[in-house]
Design a protein around this ligand. Structure first.
Ligand code: GTP
Ligand code: MG
Length: 195
């Protein structure tokens, strides 16, 4: 898929505020600082569509970006950010759960995981929750430029083994680097098939 047009549409602090049209949402989520906003900028070819920050917890709202006037790319708040107050955090915040479980626009969810890390308990719990609720999802390994090809392969295998304990069939998985533009075509082609 080519992206010819990408524009910020709105930020929502609850799901009653998301756009009320029938365009489908493809959403991105993951632990704080995993590289969601950077990936969104890389996919859309815009340097600063989504705000990138070295301070974790930057994205607190549901951000809708309208792509090619035909679908929305959605930047969700990160989970697992300890410095957000307990009441707001829970394990996964209300805004995240409401959006994922109740928003009818939500069509497919990409869960981003840092390719440098071993499978994180919070990511595994999040993925388990998606499975229990029948939410369609895929996994994107981020920051691949920080690993050698062999290390990256090992990391994907580690995740596959951990997921195989919970799942009969593995979800689609993509390797990416926003710094190098890796994974762009594969992810956009997959989105095109989903829509
Ligand atoms: P929050 O919105 O705060 O939850 O973070 P986020 O998941 O949107 O992460 P963001 O894109 O803001 O990136 C966090 C940090 O990781 C920034 O310092 C980025 O420059 C860095 N980063 C993101 N993607 C990559 C990547 O592919 N390679 C490298 N080397 N650094 C990256
Ligand atoms: Mg962000």
């Amino acid at each position: 898929m080519q992206i010819n047009k990408a524009e910020f549409r709105c930020s929502s602090e609850k799901i009653s505020q998301v756009p009320k049209d029938d365009l489908r949402d493809i959403a991105f989520i993951g632990r704080s600082n995993v590289g969601k906003s950077s990936l969104i900028n890389m996919l859309t070819g815009h340097k600063a569509l989504a705000k990138v920050s070295s301070t974790p917890g930057k994205t607190r709202l549901i951000n809708h970006f309208r792509i090619n006037d035909s679908w929305y790319l959605v930047d969700l708040p990160g989970y697992g950010y300890a410095r957000v107050s307990k009441s707001k955090r829970g394990e996964f915040s209300k805004i995240i759960l409401d959006y994922i479980l109740k928003c009818e626009k939500m069509h497919f969810l990409f869960v981003l995981v840092d390719s440098r890390l071993e499978p994180q308990a919070i990511d595994m719990r999040f993925i388990e929750m998606l499975g229990e609720n029948g939410i369609p999802f895929g996994i994107i390994f981020t920051k691949g430029d920080k690993l050698s090809a062999a290390q990256l392969k090992k990391s994907v295998e580690r995740y596959s083994a951990a997921l195989a304990e919970q799942w009969e069939e593995l979800p689609p998985m993509f390797r990416s680097s926003s710094a190098r533009g890796t994974g762009r075509e594969e992810i956009l082609d997959y989105i095109e098939k989903c829509l």
